[in-house]
Design a binder for this molecule. Structure first.
Ligand code: NAP
Length: 482
């Protein structure tokens, strides 16, 4: 006899859709997916800026069980990915389970069940909660004085206002992360004048974003297993390169380092090249893969502004050198409240302990999935997941399969609650700490979104193969099973 369990999945982005698909495949039909926005798709719904594409090869980024012959290039574009995840949600019958415009405001455990409240005043109960909110969900506005005084069009990169005309206008972009680099490559050539406000120079690797011909797509469509094989090969290439960031494969990483430096060396103006040269190691912050960024910023209609921002005024941005950069459109490509796993809501356990307080010094979860003291509250892509060196779809699949095995004793009626054992959680963090020192993320760069409150990288510091091995089967001695 199997217990009938009720699940609440939080978020209908890539990992929430995956969770729903896997629950259905397991015959666990009693679930709802709560989504704060008006559609599914997560990151690929929210980000619609010009030039958006993924930095993980397309066939590696999609779900392993839903390879896609339609990708038009080596990297999938934002619209393609949005369409892909929407299609998956429909194809696998998730839409009847999805509750759109349902923003979670409170999660508390009462009498052995989770009670989840949403902003629309509704309350739901579940045996098991799976938090799939992801790591880059909530846009971060910069703390620049006068933000509200600007009279032109202004928006965050993840809230693009498509009603605003762009061609021939004076456009300013604040930020130099992956987002700003892609926007610059796509938008600067269309602007009358383009100003990129740089606080920190970043390394930019060439993406070699090859387009795929109709013929190649046709081959992917008709040859069984071709997309799967391509995904495997692309994955091998990606993980070989990614090994370098955790210090396990110097040659591959040296090649990436060389490519970044060679890319930068193509900037002809020595002063501009100097201004674009980072003062940290390649890969210390998330590496940007982007074609056309340097060409765009070198063009005569574009300007790299390195003077600090003093404030925003009605007509544009005033820099500390006293200059007013007049703008019609201001884009804030200023990132996200990254790796914040309780943003906008609280989680309280039966004893009244709050997760935000337990995580005062930084979020912790055993294998990125389970939290001590919070039974049956699980996460996909939770704290210290390998988001710096592994595909997020692969992480979600591995963690979800692990989770389904972990809850087997509950399904069989042999247990009712499972949480990470506090000692195992501590040991796991010591183990992560031991691996962190040799990663490139620890080599000294400030303000990276990879860094936590303690200034240490919040990522998994070992190769993806180690992560896969560690999550193959749960070791129940690492958990409190009640
Ligand atoms: P980000 O990497 O966090 O970059 C934010 C940028 O805004 C930084 O350059 C930061 O400067 C700047 N900034 C923030 N506050 C500022 C202020 N008050 N004044 C001046 N500058 C300020 O954010 P992102 O570019 O949106 O990228 C986030 C992540 O999303 C990426 O690393 C990547 O993982 C993902 N992403 C992926 C893709 C892709 O797949 N190709 C595309 C876009 C995004 P400092 O550097 O000085 O802090």
């Amino acid at each position: 006899m199997r217990r009938n369990l009720r699940f609440l999945v939080l978020g209908a982005g890539m990992s929430g859709i995956l969770a729903g698909i896997r629950l259905k495949q397991e015959g666990l039909e009693d679930f709802e997916i709560l989504e704060m926005a008006g559609d599914v798709g997560g990151t690929w719904r929210d980000n619609t800026y010009p030039g958006l594409s993924c930095d993980v090869p397309a066939h590696t980024y999609g779900y392993s069980f839903e390879r896609n012959w339609r990708w038009t290039g080596f990297y999938a574009s934002g619209p393609e990915l949005g369409e892909y995840f929407r299609r998956c949600a429909h194809k696998y019958g998730l839409m009847p389970h999805v509750r759109l415009n349902t923003r979670v405001t409170d999660i508390r455990r009462e009498h052995g069940r989770w009670v989840v409240e949403s902003a629309d005043g509704q309350t739901r109960e579940a045996d098991i909660v799976i938090n799939c909110f992801g790591v880059l969900c909530h846009p971060k506005l910069p703390d620049i004085p006068g933000l509200k005084r600007f009279k032109g069009a202004m928006f965050h990169s993840a809230r693009w206002d498509h009603s605003v005309p762009l061609d021939g206008r004076r456009i300013g972009v604040v930020g130099t992360g992956s987002t700003a680099a892609q926007i610059t490559a796509a938008l600067a050539p269309r602007a009358g004048h383009y100003s990129l406000f740089q606080r920190t120079a970043q390394w930019v690797a060439p993406a070699y974003a090859l387009q795929r011909s109709e013929f190649m797509r046709g081959l992917h469509r008709i040859i069984p297993g071709f997309s799967r094989l391509t995904g495997k090969l692309q994955g091998e290439l990606f993980y070989e390169i990614a090994k370098g960031v955790t210090g396990d494969s110097d040659p591959a990483w040296r090649a990436v380092d060389w490519l970044c430096r060679r890319n930068l060396a193509r900037v002809r103006d020595p002063e501009l090249r100097r201004a674009l040269t980072p003062d940290f190691k390649v890969g210390c912050r998330r590496l940007i893969f982007c074609d056309g960024f340097y060409e765009a910023i070198e063009a005569t209609n574009a300007e790299l502004v390195t003077a600090g921002i003093k404030g925003i005024e009605a007509g544009g941005i005033r820099t500390v050198d006293g200059r007013l950069h007049e703008l019609d459109v201001l884009v804030l490509a200023t990132g996200f409240h990254a790796l914040n796993y309780t943003y906008g809501f609280e989680v309280t356990n039966d004893a009244g302990a709050r997760l935000s307080e337990q995580w005062t010094d930084g979020a912790r979860a055993l294998h990125g999935v389970a939290v001590s003291g919070f039974p049956n509250y699980f996460m996909l892509i939770g704290p210290h997941s390998p988001v710096g060196n592994f595909s997020l779809t692969a992480i979600s699949e591995i963690q979800m399969d692990y989770l389904l095995q972990l809850i087997e004793p509950i399904r069989r009626g042999e247990a009712s609650a499972i949480a990470a054992d506090p000692d195992a959680e501590r040991r796991y963090y010591d183990y992560l700490g031991a691996g962190m020192a040799k990663t490139v993320w620890s080599s000294g760069c400030n303000r990276s979104w990879y860094l936590g409150k303690d200034g240490q990288p919040q990522l998994y510091p070992y190769p993806p193969t180690t992560f896969v091995r560690e999550l193959a089967t749960p070791d129940l001695s690492e958990f409190v099973v009640a």
